[in-house]
Design a protein around this ligand. Structure first.
Ligand SMILES: NC(=O)c1ccc[n+]([C@@H]2O[C@H](COP(=O)([O-])OP(=O)(O)OC[C@H]3O[C@@H](n4cnc5c(N)ncnc54)[C@H](O)[C@@H]3O)[C@@H](O)[C@H]2O)c1
Ligand SMILES: [Zn+2]
Length: 648
């Protein structure tokens, strides 16, 4: 009983934050575990306390928005993590399997072809009037052809990409943790200006009623009818017991590409009449069930806590751990969000932690099994070395760099990146970069290639008009054609000036992938490199932040061939040499010459061979035969010397 009371207290506190204040004081995973524990105890004891969250939906709404009572309550959904449960749930019936959208549930009423009212779910019985905000949803039809009263339910959502864009523009501490949070915080605003600026989308999942129209008994057909009138309905599959698991796999494999946040799937019977005949429990309708992904957990060791200083000076802790496989990909980092969560988890380097991907996407620490609590809060910022300070924010304690010129370091980095011997991006003076950084247009290298999203804002900047904007875009375009050596220099790797960058490129065939993959031994072997430089290059390409922005920048770039000095004119070509030589002392000497000019020499003729050098062009040697078969040109020594203007 004690534990039950404790759980009810904890869960209600979490729900209040979650539903009323758009905040989260625990992860969904933690919430669901505590909730399941409470359900178990209630079953075991046969006692259900007043105020138990198992007995009601959501949380009482408290806001300045107008309250509206729903005609029929909007319930929660019973949940399962067992794929087999979906098969048995369906039996021999047909169902619809769709994304369980993770946003804000809204009921829309249209009358005379126009949107008349939009109400949130609230506590299921009473919701809030958000009509003013729904009018600016990006994909809702403003006018529909159906004249009678039309009622439909769906989810208001903000996409991941829009979520990232909006967060970047928010002030310190005001950022939202996830798209659900953001959507709820946006749609529940009194003033619709904010919703108008943020792209909120609405996905319909239930047609409730359409005055005077004979509705189909098939929910799928009703959704199609809504689509034909201009509504967007949730992505779904019509399923039977036979293929529901296949459909489940389809959704599982598409989560990562889906820009809309989901927290599972929903399975419902297709027949309206059958659904209605089933009725409901106090909390759940019996015609539907939610499928939650079983969070795949992995145990690993915490190796490091990185503190990344953001534009605002906020330092975000990121846990770095031994790589583990989760839901088909390798994971080695997870955000810890803030100092409070770091302390709650009692983290320390070397601790054994359990990690999972929330909603199959975002890596998170579920639990710390060893709880050493030895992680230190850094006293200095890693960007500028300035002193740090812990401040209290809405979501808990957060660490800040107190140095107001912290971002000066980043500014220097970006200035170097665009400089002449680097990316040679003209028209971006330090002054301009600074303005761009202050306004959040540019944080990291990749942002320089997507400035066009701020076209309007940039043109409005003092001293910037349409013309300078166009010039800037032209320079950005030009800068995308770059030699690998200049790009490597631009990265600002310690000890790697332009000269060393060129040596690197030469040693690794101008191939960035090879440079990235090189170990310290191979790097130390580069002409002119010592251990210090080798280690610096090695470490640079092992840093996940670096790899992340490299992956973002590279698609923008087009490698320019190195403007080859005359003696490197064989670069990219592969030769095979056979038979006796007349002009060169022996094959070894010729090989060395070809390699000195940037070419490669191999032992056997393959598709990749560019030329076979053989003085006896007509011989029936196996190399000759092979070259003829593959259509590879055979040159004698003289032809070779003439063709490449080589003097012995
Ligand atoms: N982190 C926290 O502190 C905290 C607190 C409270 C609740 N929660 C989370 O919220 C969950 C409980 O949420 P709930 O009871 O609000 O809702 P639920 O998870 O029971 O979901 C039911 C709702 O999903 C919506 N929905 C979305 N897509 C749908 C679709 N395709 N078809 C039909 N319906 C669809 C419907 O509006 C329905 O009302 C918990 O499992 C927990 O994960 C977290
Ligand atoms: Zn700093």
């Amino acid at each position: 009983m004690e534990r039950m009371k404790e759980l009810i207290g904890l869960l209600n506190q979490a729900s209040e934050a979650y539903y009323q204040q758009d905040r989260e004081i625990m992860t969904d995973h933690q919430y669901d575990e505590l909730y399941d524990e409470l359900v178990r105890l209630e079953k075991e004891t046969g006692v259900v306390m007043a105020g138990s969250p198992t007995q009601r939906v959501g949380y009482t709404v408290l806001s300045n928005l107008v309250k509206i009572r729903h005609d029929s309550p909007i319930l929660s959904l019973d949940k399962t993590k067992e794929p087999e449960k979906l098969v048995s749930f369906l039996g021999d019936k047909t169902g619809i399997l769709s994304w369980k959208l993770d946003g804000l549930t809204i009921v829309l009423t249209y009358q005379d072809g126009v949107l008349q009212q939009a109400v949130t779910r609230g506590n299921g019985e009473v919701g809030e009037d958000v009509t003013h905000n729904a009018r600016v949803f990006s994909n809702l039809p403003v006018r529909i052809s159906f004249p009678g009263e039309l009622v439909l339910r769906g989810e208001g959502v903000i996409s991941y990409s829009e979520f990232r864009r909006i967060n970047e523009e928010l002030e310190e501490g005001e950022e939202y943790k996830n798209p659900r949070n953001l959507c709820s915080g946006t749609v529940r605003q009194l003033n619709s200006e904010i919703a108008a600026k943020r792209k909120v989308q609405f996905f319909a999942f239930t047609l409730v009623s359409a005055e005077g129209k004979e509705l189909s008994d098939s929910k799928e057909e009703n959704l199609r009818w809504l689509e034909s009138m201009g509504f967007t309905a949730v992505e779904r599959r019509v399923v039977t017991g036979e293929n529901v698991l296949e459909a489940l796999e389809y959704f599982r494999s598409h989560i990562e590409q889906n820009d809309i946040a989901s927290d599972g799937l929903v399975l419902t019977f297709d027949s309206v009449a059958y659904s209605q005949s089933l009725g409901r429990t106090s909390k759940f309708p019996k015609d539907s069930i939610a499928f939650k992904w079983a969070d795949e957990m992995a145990e690993t060791t915490l190796r490091e806590i990185e503190w990344n200083t953001s534009r605002t000076g906020l330092m975000n802790p990121i846990a770095v751990f031994d790589p583990v496989e989760l839901e088909g990909s390798t994971v080695s980092r997870a955000s810890v969000h803030n100092v409070s969560i770091l302390e709650e988890l009692a983290l320390g380097i070397g601790d054994t932690i359990k990690v999972y991907k929330a909603n199959m996407i975002i890596p998170q620490i579920a639990e710390n099994l060893t709880r050493s609590a030895t992680a230190e809060i850094p006293s200095h910022c890693f960007v500028c070395g300035g002193e740090t300070e812990v401040r209290s924010l809405r979501d808990g304690k957060a660490l800040y760099c107190t140095n107001p010129s912290c971002q000066a370091q980043r500014l220097r980095m970006l200035s170097h990146f665009v400089s002449r011997d680097a990316m040679n991006l003209e028209g971006l003076s330090e002054e301009t970069l600074k303005k761009f950084m202050e306004r959040g247009f540019v944080k990291q290298y990749p942002d320089l290639f997507r400035l066009e999203q701020y076209q309007d804002e940039i043109q409005e900047l003092e001293g910037f008009g349409e013309k300078s904007y166009n010039n800037l875009m032209a320079s950005v375009e030009k800068a995308k054609d770059v030699e690998l050596a200049n790009f490597i220099y631009a990265l600002g790797i310690n000890h790697v000036g332009l000269r060393n960058a060129k040596l690197l490129c030469k040693a690794f065939d101008n191939d960035l992938e090879k440079i990235k993959a090189a170990n310290t031994e191979e790097l130390t072997a580069v002409e002119g490199f010592g251990e210090v430089i080798a280690h610096s290059v090695y470490a640079y390409f092992r840093d996940e932040e670096h790899l992340a922005f490299l992956a973002e920048v590279l698609p923008y770039l087009r490698w320019k061939e190195q403007e080859a000095p005359a003696e490197a004119s064989l670069s990219g070509m592969t030769f095979v040499v056979t038979g006796d030589l007349r002009h060169f002392e022996n094959r070894k000497v010729l090989t060395a010459r070809i390699e000195a000019m940037g070419g490669k020499v191999t032992g056997s003729v393959t598709k990749k061979t560019s030329f076979l050098i053989n003085n006896d062009v007509d011989s029936s040697s196996s190399k000759n035969k092979k070259a003829k078969e593959l259509g590879i040109p055979i040159l004698d020594e003289e032809e070779f010397l003439r063709k490449f203007q080589i003097e012995v």
